[in-house]
Design a protein around this ligand. Sequence first.
Ligand SMILES: [Zn+2]
Length: 471
Amino acid sequence: MTIHYIPNDPAVGPLRRVKAYPKRRRDALLKGPGGYSERLYAPGSKGFTVWQCREAALRGLACWEEMFGSLRRWARNKTLRMRPFQRFQQLGAYDRAYLSFSMLGDGPTFAAASADAVTHELGHALLDTVRPDLWREVALESQALHEAFADAFACTASLADRDVRRAVLSKSPDIGSPNLVEAMGESLAEAIRQARQRGEAYAENVSGPRRLLNTHRATSLPHEELPADGPPNVLVATPHSYSQVLSGAFYDLLRFALAHHPAPTEGQLWDATKGAFGLLVEGLQSDLRPRTFAELGRAMLAVGQRRSGWATWVVLAFARHGITLDPGSVPMPASITGGPSFGRGARRRLLHAWGFVGDTPSRSSRVEIGGHPGVHIALRRHVPVRGGPNGKKLWVPVRDALLVSLKGRPTVIGETPNPSRIESAVQADVRRLLRSGAVARGRTSPRRPCSFYLRTRRARRYLRRVRFLCT
Ligand SMILES: [Zn+2]
């Protein structure tokens, strides 16, 4: 039996007749939506959307498995289900059990009809599978990292299609002009633009597609120069918008790798895509457990140093987006190290010198830094934020990291953490989350789902994630 399928996004077509992807029977399962038998439905109809959603997700998962082998299970479940006809204001959601998609307007426009939207949500699920610890992060930049990964995966999944690669290369052989794979959810952004004209409450920033081909640059903590809203080409203080700094670095990495070939073929474009996305995933999975753009860039650099050309491309791609990966270093005075080794006493004195209070729980692990031994210290603490419901205090998890090279005299690598600056950045991010309505207060309506809720434990209120909500 054949179905209608539009790779990428309905706004950029083309409509194809394809054999529906076979059902998965083992490993991580991807189920639903059901209710419509397999046949050719008209684009825009519910039947079309059901098969489009299923096809985009199964093809996306096959793309992941081509690179990383079979996926045995999801972050929390063996099965992930898809729901394409939900009624909530955002476009899509991932909550560890479902990939949900909404309907926009009365037309309506189905978000699940865009392969970009489906593979973006699938990208959240895949990152959650390899780095479940990122689920808890509330800092704007760490949330933006999840969003950037989801867009980088959506772009990669689009490029897994040979005809899409040919179309992209025929437009510009260096993939350096606006094209269908670097723009996210073109049809949905247009539907939002029209909804705004009807007076519906959507932010201006989402009335145009997010773009991976961009020149956005990282701003310094606590991101206070970012506006709350603005035109689609402006960086604003939401995880999706700010993610374009990192997804832009990913796309530039792909461009630099492709520039290695004078007249790239579609096969070379696919190899470069797999190289760039593979480096992104390996960096995320490295011992350094990166949660910020710079930490991720440094982890990718460490992996890239083992591959011809890639280290330079990583440095250039991140530099283009205002992220310096040149790891400045600070040798530690003997009063801290107490000698050439780096024992428990040295670790305690070092953390104290950087301003961490004595009882901050920390865990250190041996890592390799540029072929030499090193130590990665991860600190976990909760910082208080005022401004919760009834003016009460909230406790927010924060993780800091410190990298020490043991090549010769112990030396701190990269930025030195600044606990009070990180604290005030997280406080600013949480206040913004509270203002934006992303945190559930009491009962919430299904049409207005939230990303976080408040949980009380031992008389303290903590912020906990329930889902990623995407526009
Ligand atoms: Zn998202």
